[in-house]
Design a protein around this ligand. Structure first.
Ligand code: MLC
Ligand code: AMP
Length: 494
């Protein structure tokens, strides 16, 4: 059984069933059956072969959510080509690193975005590629025969490390298969569900969880380019989703909807899942009161896909991320790697079939990330007597803003290249909508320098990484060894 065979339960087994409705940014609806998705992705695969793409090659997709992304994902799985999904908000610094590290045969993107790519990057216009693909009438069994197994890499998903240079987590066919099968079983997804996907497919929440729950269950998916706060009420009313996966910011924004809209959304739905960042208990409580559902909070990572989840049937404990997935083993350990008793905090380590095969071209980072086959998450947590895990923080200085990761070092390294910046430190400060937002502390001889920095940062890094403020300080608090003591920086008040 391969990943494609799991897709085929829908692509082939439900070929005539409505599969996908893409609502574009103008509100137009584009419908596909599973059969048209299968046929179009085979045509895409034929075009990729015609362009010289082979099994094991990397193909970067720098695309917002669209049917094209899905066509290309399926085409690459059919060919054994490794997808490198790239956040559309990334800018030159992030792009040049990923393109250099993953060495894709090409970046598939739009003409508008291509101008932002590093000079010399091979890129293909997604519109031109799809038009060329439509001319192929290749049958699926006429595609190059590739033998994909559970260990075959399916994607390199870049996730930054505390060093600031992101690393490509090697996610295999088996990782996606194990993760998706567990979620479909745990959350009882069926053909009758209507899954709404506002999550970006360039991250594993949308790709590993959303897309795979959809294809493995054979349900209907409504895809939008992103969660647009001002269009949420109409979107939910039009499509009446039964299942939503989201990040906390989406739920915070749904609380803004009028009471009647909230009730209507809640009455159509059976499951709201939340992860990627902490969900404030107050949001969970308010959502239950207004929408009539207790959000199911769960915990995952790019490198490990889903680690734990609150039960679908059973007690969902606010403030916890539930219990390990059935095929995932989980430990909470002290600094020496020894298991700590329930009730004691420690680092969360996981092991199981959804844990990645390591980091692309980074044997050093891979060796550091695993101990005896256990993946060291860097998350600090505590388990209770019933096995529910509560996440308390992170070893690294990771900032998670609306579900997007920001590594302070990446922003600091850019700031230190800018004129007049002698030292820089970036921390996360609480934000009611996004959870956290970045704020930069700058040491400079010139009081005018902080005001000059935003434009430079915005041109080179994703918008969500741009510090909301640049605070000038005389010095950064440091330990005797020179490490910045971020907790001693003066509190930022907007
Ligand atoms: C935001 N923008 C997007 C976008 N999200 N563009 C394309 N795709 C998206 N998904 C654009 C907005 O249009 C806006 O552009 C700019 O970025 C700033 O948006 P914002 O400040 O983020 O606000 P908002 O538009 O409200 O977006 C909130 C959000 C978004 C929740 C919709 O942050 C989001 O999609 N977060 C999900 C991130 C995610 O999938 N995380 C999972 C990582 S995997 P402009 O031009 O208007 O400025 C993981 C493992 C696990 O953590 O456990 O799942
Ligand atoms: P990413 O690298 O983007 O996959 O982000 C993974 C990180 O997001 C995890 O290591 C956690 O720190 C955090 N995370 C994921 N889910 C949750 C959650 N439910 N609550 C708190 N933090 C979470």
């Amino acid at each position: 059984m391969t990943l494609l065979a799991l897709y085929d339960r829908a692509l082939v087994g439900r070929a005539d069933a409505p599969a996908l409705t893409f609502e574009d940014d103008e509100g137009a609806l584009h419908h596909d059956t599973f059969g048209t998705l299968d046929a179009r992705s085979t045509q895409c695969a034929a075009e990729l072969v015609a362009r010289g793409v082979r099994a094991g090659d990397r193909l970067a997709l720098w695309l917002a959510n669209s049917p094209a992304f899905i066509d290309l994902w399926l085409a690459c799985v059919k060919l054994g080509v490794i997808v490198v999904p790239i956040n559309v908000l990334y800018r030159e610094r992030e792009l040049s690193h990923i393109v250099h590290d993953a060495a894709p045969v090409a970046v598939v993107t739009t003409v508008a975005q291509a101008s932002l790519l590093p000079a010399g990057t091979t890129w293909w216009d997604v519109g031109t590629l799809r038009a060329a693909a439509a001319a192929h009438d290749t049958a699926r069994d006429a595609l190059p025969a590739v033998r994909c197994t559970a260990d075959t890499p399916a994607a390199l998903v870049y996730t930054s490390g505390t060093t600031g240079a992101s690393k490509g987590a090697i996610l295999t066919h088996g990782n996606f298969a194990a993760n998706g099968l567990q979620l479909v079983q745990q959350w009882e997804l069926t053909q009758g569900d209507r899954y709404l996907c506002p999550l970006p497919l360039f991250h594993v929440h949308g790709l590993g969880n959303g897309l795979h729950c959809w294809l493995f269950s054979g349900c209907h998916c409504t895809l939008v380019s992103r969660f647009a706060h001002d269009r949420a009420a109409a979107l939910f009313a039009r499509h009446r989703p039964t299942v939503l996966f989201g990040v906390p910011t989406m739920y915070v924004r749904l609380l803004d909807l009028p009471a009647d809209a909230a009730r209507a959304i809640g009455s159509a739905a059976r499951l709201f899942v939340c992860g990627s960042a902490p969900l404030p208990a107050a949001v969970l409580d308010a959502f239950a009161e207004r929408f009539g559902h207790t959000i199911l909070e769960r915990y995952g990572m790019t490198e490990t896909l889903m680690n734990t989840a609150n039960p679908f049937r059973g007690v969902r404990r606010a403030g916890t991320v539930g219990m390990p997935m059935p095929l995932t083993a989980l430990r909470v350990v002290d600094d020496a790697g020894r298991d700590v008793p329930d009730g004691t905090s420690g680092e969360v380590w996981v092991r199981g079939p959804s844990v990645c095969a390591g980091y692309w071209q980074r044997p050093d980072a891979t060796a550091q990330a695993f101990t005896d086959g256990w993946f060291r998450t860097g998350d600090i947590g505590v388990r209770d007597a019933q096995g529910y895990l509560t996440l308390e923080g992170r070893r690294s200085d990771l900032i998670i803003s609306a579900g997007f990761n920001i590594y302070p070092r990446e922003v600091e390294e850019l700031l230190l290249t800018l004129p007049g910046v002698r030292e820089a430190a970036v921390i996360g400060v609480p934000d009611a909508v996004r959870g956290e937002v970045p704020v930069a502390y700058i040491v400079s001889d010139d009081a005018a320098v902080p005001a000059t920095l935003e434009t430079a940062v915005r041109s080179q890094l994703a918008s969500f990484k741009v510090p909301r403020a640049f605070v000038r300080v005389d010095a950064l608090p440091r330990t005797a060894l020179g490490k910045v003591q971020r907790h001693l920086l003066p509190p930022y008040t907007p």
